[in-house]
Ligand binder design. Structure first.
Ligand code: PMV
Length: 329
């Protein structure tokens, strides 16, 4: 039996603009998905998932990935979750040259699904690492990141950026620009996350920004301005200047709001954080609903968020310098 875990992430800067070639800076957080894998003596997959904002489910299906799982519950989230596990298993089988390997797989995650915290990337990264190690093959973090990116591309119809999977595989803060991904130095960041209990539709939100950008020059300028904020943000990170980072996160949120990807609950949480004295706050990920990220070394923001209408959960989640790692099964 083999167990691996991988972190979720927040975007400190640059979501949406990264789609148009601007840089973005995601940062791994200490909230992890853990995947336990045991090889079977047939070619079937049995997947048991807990804590994925669902009550927990178990499915068993044939070894051919792409086969319809035999599952009682049919929710889009289950199907989506299974899609990532399937794609991760395909990558692991290929990497270990074991096309008929079957597995019992258990997933436990502390990362809300589809809320801008990179839950699917963390499950995919940890799944590839655990399944390949179970088959006796050790991949580098870079190869896991590459295979996890390919798995996400397969599930998301060719629409995936490298940001989530690279950040989850390597940990720490990361700079992504097109296909170029690299780790960057970052100080200890006092990250607080607020979650509205919902999720945005990434495809729709990305399409909305594309349409705005085509219609209005000033929307295209807004996307470029986000790139400028990101470049300033990289300097502030390198200098360890938390006050400047916070100001730039506030600016980034305003620009995302202008592009129509915020929501009433996200704005409510952002303002609650600012009123509580956070250094800065912004939505993270595609938007439309889901999570905000704030910087506050005190407990004020977490407490304020817990009393904010529309906020379902608030927690501290500091930067995680560990990427994918083996756990004791
Ligand atoms: O919500 P997430 O974590 O999947 O982030 C989406 C980020 C976007 O920039 C909006 C899209 C992308 O693929 O980069």
């Amino acid at each position: 039996m083999t167990e691996s875990s991988a972190p979720g992430k927040v975007y400190l800067f640059g979501e949406h603009a990264v789609v148009y070639g601007e840089p973005a800076v995601p940062c791994a957080i200490e909230r992890r998905a853990t995947v336990t894998v045991e090889e079977r003596d047939d070619d079937r997959l049995r997947v048991h998932a807990q804590d994925l904002s669902l009550d927990g489910f178990t499915v068993e299906y044939s070894g051919e990935t792409g086969a319809t799982p035999d599952v009682d519950v049919s929710t889009p989230l289950v199907e989506e979750g299974i899609g990532y596990v399937d794609a991760a298993v395909s990558e692991a089988r290929e990497a270990a040259d074991a096309p008929n390997a079957g597995f019992d797989i258990t997933i436990e995650s502390e990362i809300p699904l589809g809320a801008g915290l990179g839950s699917s990337a963390a499950v995919t990264v940890a799944g590839i690492d655990a399944a390949t190690r179970e088959l006796g093959v050790d991949l580098s973090d870079e190869e896991i990141a590459e295979r996890a990116y390919r798995a996400e591309l397969a599930v998301q119809d060719g629409q995936a950026s490298r940001a989530d999977t690279f950040c989850s595989a390597t940990g720490g803060a990361v700079r992504v620009e097109g296909d170029d991904c690299r780790s960057i130095d970052a100080p200890d960041l006092p990250i607080v996350v607020g979650f509205d209990g919902g999720a945005g539709d990434t495809g729709k939100l990305v399409a909305g920004v594309r349409a705005l950008r085509e219609e209005y020059d000033f929307a295209a300028d807004t996307v470029e301005s986000i790139g400028d904020v990101v470049r300033r943000g990289e300097d502030a990170l390198a200098d360890g200047d938390l006050a400047e980072l916070g100001r730039l996160m506030n600016f980034n949120h305003g620009l995302l709001e202008a592009l129509g990807v915020s929501s009433r609950s996200l704005d409510g949480m952002v303002w609650a954080a600012r009123d509580a004295g956070a250094l800065g706050a912004k939505l993270t990920g595609a938007g439309g609903g889901g999570c905000i990220v704030a910087l506050d070394p005190t407990d004020e923001t977490t407490t304020a968020l817990r009393f904010t209408p529309g906020c379902e959960d608030a927690f501290r989640a500091e930067l995680d310098t560990d990427g994918v790692r083996a756990e004791d099964a």
